[in-house]
Design a protein around this ligand. Structure first.
Ligand code: EPZ
Length: 431
């Protein structure tokens, strides 16, 4: 088993370069299925979720060429297979984008129900509602989402989403680009990755208007052609390192970001007494004094992102005073709280609300990365804690953070990867 070993207490100094956005990449790569020709996609993050999506595309018959560490060329012209391999698809949430993309291209798709982080119920009824509004017949059976269009080609439709859903918005957009006529998505999500997917598709010849607002209109086109596209920087990766500096203290320039995308995170850090200075494509984050308490409520963009909730909670554990965190998106995103308690944090959870009483110091302990962002939060807590923190199940972290250990070590963190024999890892933990 691979673990991260962190000796806390080092302040962070230097520069961190942010990679391409995970949640944009995992939608843009399946979108290549809709394109006739070669898509050159740049600023791809090197994370295991992306590796999995590329593997799935290859299994379907796509040609994937690695051009450089961050650039791939994907050619789906010769894809004929529409059955997505079970073992690969169930490991990743974003495999649901294959339904929209395959339905749009072939009028037929069979995709295993997706996996991903356990955040409570993760229904896909709104995705299905969208496909049905465009004339598809959708059935969920034997662990598969089976969708087909009786006439072969989807028809534009009107879809009002019952809740703001990132996945449903993107999936319906994917299905709609090659449909006949106009599709209107109302109450659409507005996250930066929604706009990025629309920009990618438009640059390949799609006709999508309104991405980034709550009404998106997609006028179907006959075909998309190949081209080049560069993925936006990862808002959440940047926010995670901002939170790391806030917790550990120090001064770090976080580069290759779109500062506007970080406004919701910056605003909260400023309230907490952290200094954030915006540059053109970077933010300088400094924390020398004490951390002030604040309240956080997670919401769809431009609200405070749920994917930053565990990381900011790690910082609030060390704030002066009591903070209230309210999770507004997922049913169960506090599974990390017991791990924080092992490190000396004082947190009470009641349903979707966590009350955090700041403590002066946290102490290192063996902890478990129960999901991607919870794992990132463990790293942040470990950087600020006294003593050694050993984090297991770090494969969750590697699903979404490129070279996290190297990036933090380069700014002075004492963090390293260790390999522990499985028998050793299975022993009960003391701490
Ligand atoms: C995406 O998940 C992200 N995943 C999540 O990031 C992120 O937390 C989430 O959006 C919200 O920002 C990817 O992009 C791969 P939703 P998604 O549909 O699309 C309910 C991370 O850490 N809902 O916006 O699955 C749902 O239960 C991950 O990077 C329905 O009820 O989220 C939730 O309460 C974790 N029916 C809310 O809507 C549906 O059909 C928002 O979910 C769809 C969603």
């Amino acid at each position: 088993m691979t673990k991260y070993l962190i000796k806390g207490g080092n302040r962070l100094h230097g520069t961190i370069e942010i990679s391409g956005a995970k949640n944009a990449a995992v939608a843009i790569l399946p979108a290549a299925l809709l394109v006739d020709g070669i898509c050159r996609i740049e600023n791809i993050p090197q994370i295991s979720d992306v590796t999995l999506i590329l593997q799935i595309l290859q299994e379907l018959g796509a040609e994937v060429r690695t051009i450089s560490r961050t650039t791939v060329e994907v050619d789906c012209t010769r894809v004929r297979n529409r059955q997505v391999p079970y073992e690969l698809a169930r490991k990743i949430r974003a495999s649901y984008y294959l339904v929209g993309a395959l339905l749009g291209r072939f009028g037929w798709a069979e995709v295993p129900l997706p996996g991903g982080c356990d955040l409570g119920g993760r229904p896909i009824d709104q995705h299905i509602k969208g496909f049905v509004a465009m004339g598809a017949e959708v059935d969920v059976r034997n662990g598969l989402i089976c969708a087909k269009v009786p006439g072969g080609r989807l028809q534009g439709g009107q879809v009002y989403l019952d809740m703001v859903s990132v996945g449903a918005t993107m999936n319906i957009m994917l299905a709609a680009v090659l449909a006949e006529g106009l599709t209107v998505i109302e109450n659409a999500a507005k996250e930066p990755h929604i706009v990025d997917l629309a920009n990618f598709l438009n640059s390949m010849g799609a006709d999508i208007m309104g991405a980034g607002t709550d009404v998106i209109k997609v006028r179907g086109v006959e075909r998309l052609r190949g081209g080049s596209y560069s993925i936006i920087p990862d808002q959440i990766e940047a926010g995670t390192y901002m939170a790391a500096v806030a917790a550990a203290g120090g001064e770090v320039l976080i580069q290759n970001v779109i500062p506007k995308h970080l406004d919701c995170i910056t605003a909260k850090l400023l309230e907490m007494g952290v200094d954030v200075e915006e540059r053109d494509d970077a933010v300088m984050v400094r924390r020398n004094g004490p951390i002030s308490r604040t309240n956080i409520k997670t919401m769809p963009y431009p609200g405070f992102p749920t994917d930053m909730q565990p990381q900011i909670a790690a910082v609030l554990c060390l704030a002066q005073g009591t903070s209230v965190v309210t999770e507004g998106v997922w049913d169960n995103r506090y599974r990390y709280v017991d791990e924080f308690r092992r490190m000396g944090a004082s947190i009470q959870v009641d349903g979707k609300v966590a009350v955090i009483e700041g403590v002066e110091t946290m102490t290192g302990a063996p902890v478990h990365a129960c999901d991607l962002r919870a794992g990132a939060a463990m790293v942040i807590a470990g950087l600020a804690a006294k003593g050694v923190t050993e984090i297991d199940s770090v494969h969750h972290i590697e699903r979404g953070y490129e070279c996290l250990v190297e990036k933090l070590a380069a700014v002075g963190a004492d963090i390293k990867v260790i390999e522990v024999p499985d028998e050793e890892a299975a022993k009960p933990q003391v701490g």
